[in-house]
Design a protein around this ligand. Sequence first.
Ligand code: ADP
Length: 635
Amino acid sequence: MTAVETHEFQAETRQLLDLMVHSVYSEKEIFLRELISNASDALDKVRLQAAQFHDKPLDVSDLHIRLETDSGTRTLTITDNGVGMNKEEAVQLLGTIARSGTKDFLNRLKEKEKSGESADLIGQFGIGFYSSFIVAEEVIVDSLRYDSDEAVLWTSKGDGTFAVAEGSRKERGTTLTLKLRPVDEENGLRDFTTFWTLKEIVKRHSDFIRYPIRMSRAVTAGDPPVTSMQEEVLNSMKALWSRPKEEVTEEEYREFYQHISKDWNEPLETLAIKAEGTFEYESLLFIPSKAPMDMMMQDHRGGLQLFVRRVLISDRCEELLPTYLRFIRGVVDANDLPLNLSRELLQKERQIEQIRKHLTRKVGDALKAMKRDEPEKFQTFWEQFGRLLKEGIYQDAARRDALLEVSLFHSTHGEGWVSLEDYKSRMAEGQDSIYFLTGENLQQLRESPHLEAFTKQGVEVLLFNEPVDEVWLSVVHEFQEKKFLSAAQGQLELGSEEEKKKAQETREQQNKEMATFLSWMGSKLDDVKEVRVSSRLHESPACLVTEENGVSPHFEKLMKAMGQEMPAQPRILEINPDHPFVQKLQSRYDEKQDQDELNTWAHLLYSLALLAEGGELTKPAEFTRQVAQALSKSL
Ligand code: ADP
């Protein structure tokens, strides 16, 4: 490669660069954190190559990062002896936005720009390599990949294009040279060529980096004074997870979290976990404060960083936590695993399984404690990640009860969250079941006719409005010996034993008295398998219920949405014998009025029941015509 090739940046990259160049953000020093983080990642990667690569041994005995400055030419150089990049990688990695979060960031930025709040966001978010343009007029990358013999030189002024040519590096790794903009303290452009400034920034943002960040400074001593260059390591390099929790500051944890998660919000909770004995490991886990936008997508991946004796083995080891805890970020450093773990081995390794069990329990304990001691914080957590824990109720039979204990739900008892224990403590005398209603939105659920009898009797009903609720309900039948019962399923009796018995008798009596009418209506309505008298209703004329152990319409809809075959589930129409609509319809029927008209009324009654629970009519136009006709007659 001799010629210089010029490339255009991707549109999104250009947008981002433009932002960097014109950034008004005052904490411009964050660029160094980003570049050191990249260098550290490159060192991790070469270390892993060395552990797995056997053809040609790689020397990883002195992995480090070096800072050099020249105040005359106003340059800052950041060098690492990591994996390096070849030409294709330099074009690809430094010319496009690889990170999915960046698009999200740009979108948020566009929103915030309107309100003039964009500046802060830049500081919170990691913008990686491109942050160099916050402080540099020109960026020059000279890199040699560990298995290549030709270096690449990548240069750009951040103006829409970049050039690649042959580089001059002879040793594996990357040299990044920043041609710094003039110092402008007022706008946060400090003098990034001075030793003390850089040391302070490294200490603040990159102290935990596990490789030495070296820099030389001029030291004058003796008589006559002699000036010599002395090298210093700027960071303490302590692996955060191996330090006692009391010794680590919140700030350090936060920086570390941001380094590994690329999430620029604060973590909600930090857990330092240590296991000793037959399998030893140390772990640092973080619960994010915000769920990423793609958390519920099929291709969203979780995973923790896995180290074996301080060597990074995998950046996203998904086997270390069950999938329902995929929102957790962090590291595990294990003592007794082999370094050359392949994916297949990872899945089989017994120790990994033991670590997973242990971590899962620790996370469970932490959540339980948070719920008990910091209920507001737990609520924040639940609002972000509750859906995933509910997946756990289904997936993890061993931890099912523990998960149910911390779960929060909506209910007819006010607007806030309730736990199953809260619910139990409010159960009425003689109530031996936990009642719930499932559906797709809370408002609809709250207004559902199925709740009328409950409201009247003051019996609380849990409102399950998430698809995942149907999933866990399919395997959970009780909580602490109280059965879960759907408010829209089977026969319903509320109150004391005596009241229940009485209600049942009354209902049976009514069913008997209305038998011919009910069976006539059943014969007219194809979509229902039975019409019967209800003890659920007070204000509405009718509602639809499912047989005991039947499938709810919400579940049916979900399955269909997922492309699953699902035979239609005929339901039961329950009618309110005290409602004037029902009473009048029955007297018309008894008077043997016009069959067509009676038929229409019966269908209207059914449609009303379907609409009330948020169902969809198969023939909405016909329904409105019939209603209009009926209304015009009564007007
Ligand atoms: P991120 O680090 O989040 O992936 P960046 O824009 O900072 O995003 O960097 C893009 C990619 O460029 C990195 O993922 C890495 O592959 C490569 N890269 C950046 N800096 C270096 C470096 N010092 N050595 C080797 N590769 C690097």
